[in-house]
Design a protein around this ligand. Sequence first.
Ligand SMILES: Cc1cc2nc3c(=O)[nH]c(=O)nc-3n(C[C@H](O)[C@H](O)[C@H](O)COP(=O)(O)OP(=O)(O)OC[C@H]3O[C@@H](n4cnc5c(N)ncnc54)[C@H](O)[C@@H]3O)c2cc1C
Length: 283
Amino acid sequence: MSAAFHEPTTIAEAVAILATEPDVCCLAGGQSLVAALNTRSFAAPTLVSLQRIEELRGLRRGADGSVTVGAMTTHRDVARADCFQAGQEIVPQAAAHIAHPAVRTMGTIGGSICHADPAADYPGVLAACGATVTLVNARGQRELAASDFFVDFLTTAVEPDEMVTAITFPPMPEGTRGIYEKFCRSEGDFATVSVALILGMHDGRCAFARVALGGCGPTPVRAPEAETRLIGSRLDDDDISSASNLLCSRAAPQSDVRGSAEYRLMLVPRLLVRALDRARRRP
Ligand SMILES: Cc1cc2nc3c(=O)[nH]c(=O)nc-3n(C[C@H](O)[C@H](O)[C@H](O)COP(=O)(O)OP(=O)(O)OC[C@H]3O[C@@H](n4cnc5c(N)ncnc54)[C@H](O)[C@@H]3O)c2cc1C
């Protein structure tokens, strides 16, 4: 059983508890944390449920085209949102790929990124979009780039007295297309490998490219040199093959129940080709 259970109704109340209780953690949708508690692999901490904090829910489109998503927004609500434009569309696409309706109804974007499973759907999307994460504690607020937020396997830069309040996706250039390509063993499973792609074409040549891999290392994998290789090219077989090699050279996949490291590296070029094809065909 948990040592104590708090249900604050404001962020200020929540961070005050995080600042004072010694062994404490946030409870969001419970889809990962409750499963971990059920295994009894660690002592139950004091739990701060975020369920009653209304200011943590919902999506807001800014005047500059950025979209800010509250940490307690469920996967279902992200998947249904219509405020994402151009390449940002990979965000709702990825949310729709998470697990099954029951998990999507309870699980939250904040909980997912704080759990930081490298096979999860959001981390690669945050990396490809260049999203920023807002963290708050009793002393103030800070913003972290996705590249600094994900630190290692199941490890983030969130300090024990901090909580994530929101994730902001910057605007993507007009005309860009976002494609989220996920390879998994069965419907609803975590990704063996995922590719988050944002692509812009102009006069038959690639004008904008952002690619991130999930399931290919402890944190999402980006290779700016692979994006540079694609930009300006006609996306011929050679261009895609070179970009895939550059991506794979940055990947450090582990072998696990979802596939061997070699298998994952074999999937990367295939998923990249598929994502590029889909992005180019999209009206
Ligand atoms: C059967 C099943 C299948 C799944 N399949 C997939 C899948 O295909 N793809 C995928 O991406 N995910 C999958 N998941 C995981 C799912 O997306 C979870 O919803 C997610 O990992 C955790 O979100 P949560 O809101 O439930 O967080 P919780 O389980 O409540 O919390 C997870 C962790 O984050 C911390 N935390 C939560 N919110 C905050 C916050 N705001 N600030 C600081 N720390 C916080 C908690 O303390 C805990 O350590 C699956 C889960 C299940 C049960």
